[in-house]
Design a binder for this molecule. Structure first.
Ligand code: SAH
Ligand code: MG
Length: 198
C-alpha cells in the first residue's frame, strides 16, 4: 500500500504547476482496467512527474511500468517522486523523446498520454511492443470538449489544427482492423484499443 499523504502532495504540486496529470475518474478507470485484465507490464508515453505511473503501480505490487518523458525538469521531478514513494524498482524512467526510444520488450498495456498531435505516430511505432491480446489506451480524446465543437467556433488556428489531428486519430483507430476500439467519456476521453487475437 502506497503512502497517500505523499501521493496527494505529488498530485497537488502537479496541479499547482499546471501539469496535465490524469484526473481522478481517469485514474480510477485505469486502475480497474489493470486489475480486471490482470495487466502486469505497462509502457507509458508521457511520464510528466510520474503521477499516473505511480497510481498504476498501486493496483498490486507485481506491476511494472516503463515510462518515457522528454522534458528534463519533469523527468528529474519524476525521479524524486518515485523515490519518495519507494517505487524505483518498479518504475523505469526513460529520459528521451519517445520517437528515439526503441524497446524490444512487449507489454500488456500501452498508455499514450503525450503530445496529442502525434498520437497516430506513437500508436504506429509502439504497437509492436504490445503483446497479443494487449490494449493500447489513449488519453485526451475529447480534447477538453473541443472535439465536439463546430470548427468555425474555434478561434485559434493552432487549436483547430490540433482538433483536426485528434479527429484523424479517431478515424485511424476506427479503421484499424488489427484493433477493436471503444471510446469512453471518462476524464478527458479515453480510447481503449484491444489488439485482436489472430
Ligand atoms: N501521464 C501523466 C501526464 C503526462 S502529460 C500523468 O497523468 O501523470 C504529457 C507529457 O508528455 C508531458 O510531460 C510532455 O513533456 C510529454 N511528452 C510529449 N511528447 C513527448 C514525446 N514525443 N516523447 C516523450 N515525452 C513526451
Ligand atoms: Mg492526458
Amino acid at each position: 500500500m502506497l503512502d497517500y499523504n505523499i501521493i496527494n502532495q505529488i498530485k497537488e504540486n502537479a496541479l499547482d504547476n499546471n501539469i496535465p496529470i490524469m484526473m481522478d475518474d481517469g485514474i480510477k478507470f485505469l486502475k480497474k482496467y489493470i486489475r480486471d485484465h490482470n495487466i502486469k507490464n505497462i509502457l507509458e508515453i508521457g511520464t510528466a512527474v510520474g503521477y499516473s505511473a505511480i497510481m498504476m503501480c498501486d493496483v498490486s505490487d507485481d506491476i511494472f511500468v516503463t515510462t518515457i518523458e522528454r522534458d528534463e525538469k519533469r523527468y528529474l521531478e519524476a525521479i524524486s517522486n518515485l523515490k519518495k514513494v519507494g517505487l524505483e524498482d518498479r518504475i523505469k524512467l526513460i529520459y528521451n523523446d519517445a520517437f528515439n526510444v526503441n524497446l524490444k520488450e512487449k507489454f500488456d498495456l500501452i498508455f499514450i498520454d503525450a503530445a496529442k498531435a502525434q498520437n497516430i505516430n506513437f500508436f504506429e511505432k509502439f504497437q509492436y511492443n504490445l503483446k497479443k491480446g494487449g490494449t493500447i489506451i489513449t488519453d485526451n480524446m475529447n480534447f477538453h470538449g473541443l472535439v465536439f465543437k463546430d470548427e468555425k467556433d474555434i478561434k485559434s488556428r493552432n487549436l483547430r489544427q490540433l482538433v483536426k489531428k485528434v479527429k484523424l486519430y479517431k478515424d485511424f483507430l476506427n479503421n484499424n482492423s488489427d484493433f477493436s476500439t471503444e471510446f469512453l467519456d471518462v476524464g478527458d476521453g479515453l480510447a481503449i484499443s484491444r489488439f485482436n487475437e489472430a
